[in-house]
Structure formats: structure tokens, C-alpha cells
Design a protein around this ligand. Sequence first.
Ligand code: MRU
Length: 327
Amino acid sequence: MEGRDVVVINQPLLPHRFEILRLKNHRQTADAIKTMIIRGAGTIGATAGYGFAQAWLEGADLDEAYQTLVTTRPTAADLKHALDRVRANATNAKQAVAVAEAIADEYVERALKIAKAGLPLIKNGSRVLTHCNAGWLALEDWGSATAPIYLAHRKGRKVFVWVDETRPRCQGANLTSWELLQEGVPHKIIPDNAAGFFMRRGEIDLCIVGADRIAANGDAANKVGTYTKAVLARENGIPFYVAAPAPTFDMKCKSGDSIPIEERSEDEVHYVSGCTERGKIERVRISHPDARAANPAFDVTSAKYITGFITEFGIIKPGEVKKRFSK
Ligand code: MRU
């Protein structure tokens, strides 16, 4: 936060253009979360905390601001966690900003602990599949799924990443690949449907994904397509890990069935955006104008497919989630 502005990376422009946006008030911040200018559970949480602090600074109606922010992305547990924490711990604008700062700073510490907890899983020569973007754009400063990968790479271990393209918003092709290029980590983007091909050929050693909400029974919601990869991993005897910080665990959800799944505009399926050869970012339609589409943003992976959760408290088995995260 700078002054009253929340300062963010305009993620939909990546990897073609790097642009910083200043969000001037809580409504602009809510809109940036909703339209996925920023996205990823951790970044959504941190940004929402700042957005609520902005509402304090503006002297806005706090109940209204809370509602505006909390309804932006219904699946990410971190969103409500951050808003509730600011609401419970601030009695003035200065305190609200301080709580929001603390939430964001803690995410950085949590991510580093996730990196350390997951490091032993990355052997020299490991080939890791990841889905969507659970990197530092999605959780400052290490990401969740990428945290052990980045740490292993910095320690000189040879690590290769298979990056699921992640239709329809292409977070893998646009964001994870861009991050891996910044970090110098060797990787290849693969079409979403290709993971089984590489698993069957023995070219994937483990999978690590992030999560948007994890239920008490160890079911985990993450970007749509995660479930398919987990089932395929089981079929091929490949360990499947979910990396996430504590605010993503929601013990109020008994199982994945009670996790709200966001449904987004069908236009995200009909249109793709990219960069023309002349360097212009454009959107083109790929389906017939009369075609309809469905666009669930997340799916639920049953606990039985998850080898373990990489958390700031170490690696936890799905059956241990309830005990670890119940207050
Ligand atoms: O719709 P998105 O891009 O916000 O979805 C992001 C994911 O599914 C990530 O894997 C998840 O939020 C974990 S980020 C640390």
C-alpha cells in the first residue's frame, strides 16, 4: 500500500506487458479482485485486507465495504479470513492498515516455511507437474506450489516443471511460465489434456498444486482441472501434493461438498486473449457466436487422492487436517 492506494501488478497483461496499477479506493480494489487483475488465493487475501483498510481510510460504510469485498471471489477462503481479521482487530483506520500489513507480511513468512517444508520432496532431477498459477503472483513472495521448487532451484538442485496451460484463463501459460522464466527454472507449458500422456511415459515424478479452500476432511478446491490431474496421478502411482498456508484451510467446511464453487462468465471460455505479432494485446472469439459454455472456476479433489498438504507447519496428511486446523 502506498498512501491510500493499493498498488498491484496488472496480471491479465502478463506475460506480454508488465504494468503496475494503483487502486484508489476499496471499490476499485474489489473490482480488481473480481475481474482477476489480481488473483490467486493468497494475493486475494492480502489485497482484500488492504481493500478493507482503504474503506476505513475513506470513511466508507464498513458493512457495505465488507459485503462488496467478500463477494468478489467466493471460493478463496483467504478472502474472508483477511476481511474478518481486519474487522476483528481494527477500531480505527491506522489499525486497519496495520492489520492488513501484518496479513501481507505473514503471507511472505508462511510461503517461505512452505518452501522449506516441501524442499525434501524435490530431489536433484525431479520433474514436477503444476496446475494454474500458485506462484509468487498468487502468494507473496514464494508462491505455494512453486515455493519448494524455487528454493530447490536456488539451492542448485536440478528441477524441471511441467506447466499445465490451464484453460480458460491460461494462468499456467501466461503466469507460471513467466514466473519460471524470471527464476530461471527450466519448464515446458503443456496443453491441459497432455498430463496423462507424460505421466504414462514416466516423465512426471510428482505433482504440486495450490488450493483455494481446503475442507476439514482434506478435500481441496483448486483451479478447475486439478481433480483430473489428481486422479491421473493416482492411476500412475505419482505422489500428489497440495501446498497451502493456514488461511486456506476452512474448518467450517466439513467436506468439499460445502465449498462454494465460483462460476465465471462463459465469455472466458469463448474468448482467448494474446499478443499479436505487432505487439498488441487482443481478444479473439474461438467458438461460434451462438455457442453456449459453462465455466466453473474450480473443482474439488477428494482427500483420498492427496498424498499430503505442504503447509507452514510441515507436511500434513489429509486425515490430520481437522486436528491441526481446528481451534
Ligand atoms: O482463479 P485463480 O487464478 O485465482 O485461481 C488460482 C488457483 O487456483 C491457485 O492454485 C490457488 O489460488 C492457490 S494460490 C497460492
